[in-house]
Design a protein around this ligand. Structure first.
Ligand SMILES: Nc1ncnc2c1ncn2[C@@H]1O[C@H](COP(=O)(O)OP(=O)(O)OP(=O)(O)O)[C@@H](O)[C@H]1O
Length: 327
């Protein structure tokens, strides 16, 4: 497997449960989100972080940090921690989204998809430009409020409160959240004992329970089985039919095609295409195929083996999870 393949970690296969599925067209309302010339920059310290970002194709600048005289005096004799660099993760992105839209975001690894969602959710300050939102965006992960050392039960309460529900409303939704996440009695154990799939499913269940105005889902649907995906799809349709908006980042293009009406394609922090789902998905598929021109039978088999091993590991983890839940 080449490094290029690792950076092109997305799936052009049609997942069986996505076959023939299309997102419902709903009547669109007024704009609920305006992203205007958004730039987001990370500061990284030290050579290793810089190399990691470079490997992902990020645009990086060395930064000259002026340390005030009193700090230099205080720091005298301390270990040098390395140069500061800036990773320009989102570069001048602008778009408008209306109530009721379901927007997919595609792009190769490191193209800035997650960073943009974090900026829309208010978790990353923009370097310049602006994000105007009407309503409360809920990034899957309940705005990162969940705490691994606490039980799922406590986290449902904390996450629900973070999303603006009252304690009574959280209590009323408790069973529904647990059922949706499919975690059974695990809800009474600390979240750090959960598999990553269980954690992601619980976060999705909590963040969508509050019927948010803007629901943002970053790769969570990849962690569930077909039944979970089906439940998620109908939850997404519920949010949209209440005039909410959904953002979905996924490496599975068939999931995007099944659940979204519009797609934003990001590359190296910029928006390269924004349009109806099939138009952008087709262009993106062509781009992906063109990036892998030399994929002969041996590399294709290696990729298939990798997928099969991942699938087997996922099934094994699910079976173990089920066995624990049944015990
Ligand atoms: N915490 C961070 N500190 C420094 N650089 C970061 C950080 N998070 C992301 N980056 C860099 O910002 C750029 C955009 O990353 P981001 O995770 O937003 O891309 P992505 O499209 O979501 O990638 P993926 O598909 O792999 O999740 C990348 O170059 C990445 O290395």
């Amino acid at each position: 497997m080449t490094e290029a393949d690792e950076h092109m970690d997305f799936d052009l296969e049609v997942e069986p449960e996505d076959e023939g599925q299309e997102a419902l067209e709903t009547e669109l309302g007024d704009p609920c989100l305006v992203v205007d010339d958004l730039h987001v920059v990370y500061r990284v310290i030290g050579g290793r972080a810089k190399r990691e970002a470079e490997k992902k194709g990020a645009e990086i600048h060395e930064v000259e940090v002026k340390v005030p005289f009193h700090k230099r005096l205080l720091q005298a004799g301390r270990r040098h921690v390395g140069a500061v660099s800036e990773v320009h993760a989102v570069r001048g992105v602008s778009f408008t989204v209306r109530h009721g839209e379901s927007v997919g975001i595609v792009g190769v690894n490191g193209s800035g998809k997650s960073t943009m969602l974090r900026a829309i959710a208010g978790l990353m300050p923009p370097k310049s430009g602006s994000v105007h939102v009407s309503g409360e965006p809920s990034l899957l992960g309940v705005n990162a409020a969940l705490m691994p050392q606490l039980t799922g039960e406590r986290n449902i309460m904390i996450g629900g409160l973070a999303l603006g529900l009252t304690p009574k409303q959280v209590d009323e939704k408790f069973d529904e959240v647990v059922d949706f996440a499919g975690i059974g009695d695990f809800v009474y154990l600390p979240m750090k004992t959960y598999s990553s799939g269980m954690g992601a499913r619980l976060r999705f269940a909590i963040s969508s329970a509050a019927s948010p105005d803007i629901l943002m889902i970053d790769e969570a649907l990849a962690t569930g089985d077909a039944a979970f995906k089906e439940r998620s799809k109908s939850r997404i349709e519920d949010v949209r039919s209440n005039a909410g908006t959904v953002f979905l980042v996924s490496h599975s293009i068939s999931t995007i095609e099944a659940m979204c009406t519009r797609v934003l394609w990001m590359h190296q922090g910029q928006l390269v295409m924004d349009g109806p789902v099939h138009e952008v998905a087709d262009a993106y598929k062509k781009f992906v195929r063109a990036q892998r021109p030399g994929m002969g039978p041996a590399r294709r088999r290696a990729l298939q083996r990798k997928r099969a091993a991942e699938e087997a590991a996922k099934k094994k983890a699910e079976a173990a999870e089920q066995a624990k839940a049944d015990a």
